[in-house]
Design a protein around this ligand. Structure first.
Ligand code: FES
Length: 175
């Protein structure tokens, strides 16, 4: 007997459509899911991509993934919490995701990253000892037209430099 999955609830479709419209990273995740033809056994690969894009697996990302793969949200949460390489929350109070994709890299993203590392003495994937800042990197967050882009606390910010990035994180990290 085949299991017939219930179609997505209309309100879920509307909610996720607004996520897709407001954050290009969801578009990239959607393309990745399509590449796997929405296969449920691609869940771990999809979550890896989501974490790379968002820095960690926030609630909306997990729900979106469940919806796209037609899996119960509980299954997706189960997998995301089982494997140690998935993070559901950034450890730090603030997050800084430096995009190191090609478009950002050629416009100086490596200098931005070096400046943040020099200022905070942490490497990508780490959090400052006072838990104020988690530093993350991504390969492309879908904002190449405004490269180099940095995501501060979830806000994609265009045309960053080492100076603008340090000005932002100096507000969060003790001198
Ligand atoms: S390479 Fe950075 S947004 Fe695409």
């Amino acid at each position: 007997m085949t299991t017939v999955l219930a179609p997505p609830k209309p309100q879920a479709a509307v909610r996720f459509a607004s996520l897709l419209a407001g954050d290009k990273r969801y578009k990239i995740l959607e393309a990745h899911i399509k590449k796997f033809q929405h296969r449920q056994d691609a869940l771990i690969e999809v979550l890896h991509k989501a974490q790379e894009l968002f820095g960690y697996l926030e609630d909306d990302v997990l729900r979106y993934t469940a919806w796209q793969l037609k899996l119960p949200a509980s299954r997706v949460y189960g997998v995301a919490t089982f494997y140690h390489f998935f993070t559901l929350k950034p450890q730090g109070e603030h997050t800084c995701v430096v995009c190191l994709g090609t478009a950002c890299y050629v416009k100086g993203a490596n200098k931005i990253l070096a400046a943040v590392e020099g200022r905070t003495h942490i490497r990508p994937g780490e959090t400052t000892p006072d838990n104020k800042l988690s530093l993350l990197t991504a390969r492309c967050i879908g904002a190449c037209g405004i490269a180099p882009a940095v995501v501060y606390d979830g806000t994609v910010t265009p045309r960053q430099t080492a100076e603008t990035t340090l000005a932002q994180i100096n507000q969060w990290v003790a001198p």
